[in-house]
Design a protein around this ligand. Structure first.
Ligand SMILES: [Zn+2]
Length: 213
């Protein structure tokens, strides 16, 4: 059956749909031209540690869920999980600039991202790179480039940039001590005015620091 064999009512429906689609397109560009449509929504999230417990890995990661009748973990979204959920959103790049990274869960998440093709760069404090429980050696084994600088001063930053458009920063070092015991704050934002200066600073440090050998 050709297009022209369609009944009058069908033709009317097709014409109405086409006109609606074209009309809404014209309206969109007209509104955009006059700045009635806001720019991409900026997302902000503020987290405060310590978490009151550790989120149950089975409950959140297994399809079958947690089968423990009495589970020592908690079955609700913790702040650590919120950070991990954000990291998991990385599609292209993840730049991490952190004083100390010993949290196994975050370490494993970063390795998983690397396996999934995300380009990862890590800047870390020279002394803390080899601290007890540091995940840095694990990263190196997985081919993640690490840079640092052997100086007396601390590389005390704690921030990460996801896909160049989401910033995670605050007092929070990526350690379980910080997750479960310390009072810490974290801001997660897609506000370009905040993300961009951190991205520039990351690149500046990346260029200044040397590969960890
Ligand atoms: Zn559980």
């Amino acid at each position: 059956m050709s297009y022209f064999d369609l009944s009058n009512s069908k033709l009317k429906i097709i014409a109405a749909i086409t006109l609606t689609a074209v009309g809404s397109e014209i309206l969109y560009y007209a509104l955009k031209k006059f700045r009635r449509i806001p720019k991409a929504e900026v997302e902000n999230e503020v987290l405060f540690f310590p978490d009151k417990g550790i989120a149950c890995p089975a409950y959140f990661e297994r399809k079958s869920g947690c089968n423990q009748s009495v589970c020592s973990y908690i079955h609700e979204v913790t702040n650590l999980r919120r950070v991990i959920i954000r990291l998991r959103e990385a599609k292209k790049t993840l730049d991490v600039c952190i004083f100390i990274l010993t949290c196994q869960e975050i370490g494993q998440e970063i390795v998983n991202l690397k396996r999934n093709g995300v380009k990862i760069r890590v800047i870390v404090d020279y002394e803390m790179a080899n601290s007890t429980g540091s995940r840095i050696e694990l990263f190196r084994r997985h081919g993640i480039p690490i840079r640092t600088k052997k100086v007396l001063q601390l590389m005390h930053h704690k921030f990460a940039i996801i896909d160049g458009e989401c910033l995670i920063c605050g007092s929070f070092n990526w350690t379980m001590q910080a997750v479960t015991a310390n009072w810490e704050n974290v801001i997660i934002t897609s506000e370009p005015g905040l993300v961009q200066p951190f991205a520039i600073e990351f690149q500046r440090l990346w260029d200044e620091f040397s590969c960890l050998t």
